[in-house]
Design a protein around this ligand. Sequence first.
Ligand code: DNO
Length: 356
Amino acid sequence: MEMTLRWYGAKFDSVTLQQIRQVPMVKGVITTLYDTTPGEVWPIERVRAMKEEVKAAGLRLSGIESVNIHDDIKVGVPSRDKYIENYIATLEALGQNDIHMVCYNFMPVFDWTRSDLKKPLPDGSTALSYDQELIDKIDVDSMLSSMEQKSDGFVLPGWEPERMARVKELFAMYRDVDEEKLFQNLVYFLKAIMPTCKKYGICMAIHPDDPAWPVFNLPRIITSKEKIQRMLDAVPDKENGLTLCTGSLGSNPKNDIPDMIHAFRGRIHFAHVRNVHHIAPGKFDEAPHPTSLGSLDMYAIMKALYDTGFDGPIRPDHGRMIWGEVAMPGYGLYDRALGATYLSGLWEAIDRSSAR
Ligand code: DNO
């Protein structure tokens, strides 16, 4: 595995590449052209410049998170073919710059959803949290304004203001899209891009839906072992793979993550590893990374990755906000650096105590 941190680019991130370079064991970053909109072709020179900037800081550009998918592709309207062509052109720009991993999601309207971006925890830190009861009580507009108020001026990934300004229109677009239709639209997209992925050796890593159940009555299809298996089987090329996000899948206690890691061996191209604290069904806080502070067995997760020979990029995922840091919710430096160090420590212990 290659330990990495997510970085949004100098214009958008409070964390610098120089700081990331000093986190023990972190060798690469996962980044994006954060100011592009879904459907746009990424200019090859900009991709090259992004890669150079990362390299100049002594790091590797280990993959992209995300190249977002235009809603016309998810909804499956005729204009999707034009946007798929644009997506392919972006993949060409990445492939020509020797970039081989792309994380994306296929969630309608919203990317990840939380009911609170700053829930105070007993130790004085704040964390992202989710409570289905609260979500059931609020309308989409109130949720959007609460997200905006608590994001400290940062643009949240997947919650770009231009998209959110169209939220009603987006809901209307998905009116007739059920789970099956969304699934077929995903398969259509994947089949169309596979030849380009093969040409450049680009591994597509779909991000699970977060939380792992339908929100605001919108369909969600990457939520469980069976559904993920169906997606992998529908397009069996190895370039069609998964981002193993323990926090998203782990929002549902029924998901056995080590078991999924074994089942999807060879198709996991990227790992987001974080802990969650289950409070009640449909209610959880994002916890610090260590096993004893949340509900997931982080040792078992790292061991399953190790035992299945996972060699892709891995990153600690959302951290709490600690030590007075002001940063994009979930993406401060300090708690993610603690997470990276903890995960690297687990890996070393597993490696040294294994017979391999
Ligand atoms: C949230 C992230 C997601 C993820 C996308 C991938 O913090 O995990 O926004 O990047 O779903 O496209």
